[in-house]
Ligand binder design. Sequence first.
Ligand SMILES: Cc1cc2nc3c(=O)[nH]c(=O)nc-3n(C[C@H](O)[C@H](O)[C@H](O)COP(=O)(O)OP(=O)(O)OC[C@H]3O[C@@H](n4cnc5c(N)ncnc54)[C@H](O)[C@@H]3O)c2cc1C
Length: 398
Amino acid sequence: MAAEQLAEFEQFRGELRSFIEGSCPDGARGQGEIAGGGKKFPTTDPDLKRWMDACSERGLTVPMWPKEYGGADLGKEEFMIWIEELRQARARTPLAGMGTGLIGPTILEYGTHEQKLRHLVPISRGEFRWCQGYSEPSAGSDLASLRTRAEDKGDHFLVNGQKIWTSGAQVADWIFVLVRTDPDVPKHEGISFLLMDMDQPGITPRPIQLISGNSPFCETFFDNAIGRKDDLLGEINKGWTVGKRLLQHERSSISSLVGGQRRDPGPRLADVAKRYLGDDEGRIAHAEVRARVIHNELSGEAFRLTQKRTVEETKEATTPGPATSMFKVYGTELTQQRIELMRQIRGVQGLGWDGDMFSEEEKENVRSWLSSRAMSIYSGSNEIQRNIIAKRVLGLPD
Ligand SMILES: Cc1cc2nc3c(=O)[nH]c(=O)nc-3n(C[C@H](O)[C@H](O)[C@H](O)COP(=O)(O)OP(=O)(O)OC[C@H]3O[C@@H](n4cnc5c(N)ncnc54)[C@H](O)[C@@H]3O)c2cc1C
């Protein structure tokens, strides 16, 4: 890299550092909530809102998007500098969710200029929260079997059917939906991709009550719901290609490859092991635990370096293709392994849900441990990712 360019990057780093120092309140640093945007569930924490707005003004909620669509037009190297500076300052991602991470990048690739202006700018400002209408009661891993039907009524689509496991549908302003527009052709060829306004009588999200009492996702019913013609993303009956690309953005986001949320990872595994199982000299006393901790930490470091190399080697500043499945599998399994090991190290203290007997950190670990089980299921289960790797990355026969 030329010395001149290096100097420019260093100057850019300095500008970002002062911006973060001056604009990121303490309440938007360290572990905790990340602003998700939207009209129905706006961010109530003033620090998060201030941080989101300050970044949005500079295009930094979606740093690599073009300026006219709400971004900052950052190149890959500048984006990496932004991430490094956020990490250094323990500043949280200013805005996250399906808008910035999933549908936004997909609209950037497949949308018309008018669609980009109408949808991307509000996403960049945190005005709309989005949800994902893919899975159906009889279409999960075999997603192309979906049956939600969209009929062409001339000036609009009429949508009928049901989706399930729609995360956050009860608080979403918009939904992106895979619909069947031609039932008489092979199943992958009759699917289209629609963007739909949730605020209409034809769409009803019903929260699914979980054993924990939470309702993070819904069944979503479409009864003569209206889809605008100019909200068809990509061509009619070519939605499978668009839908698959969105999943690559989702997997990239989950594994923090390009975009995605960057949370403070919380206490280090080795530190937790030393605290609970340390000997007099502060070392991890059990040889086997020591070996497992070292293995997980080194694998994590190797994973981060591989992510960095992959982003550097990707020509465009965008999400790689089917290789995202490898990062999804490895990243989610490594995280599950780390959280499980942390829970085991804490012994009985690693099983607390409530009460004074357990510290907040211990309770948080149990919650993370339970929710981490879902990582290998959502965005296509890890078994399905292995099928994709076999076919699309390694080129093995069906
Ligand atoms: C927390 C969470 C949030 C979610 N949010 C959303 C959302 O917002 N929107 C949305 O549309 N969906 C969402 N989902 C649904 C998710 O995408 C599906 O659960 C997932 O695709 C698996 O589908 P399924 O549950 O129907 O399982 P199934 O497809 O019935 O699979 C059951 C088991 O069989 C295995 N299996 C199936 N087929 C194969 C095969 N060919 N080869 C090998 N193994 C196979 C699977 O790996 C799995 O272990 C969410 C799921 C979770 C857990």
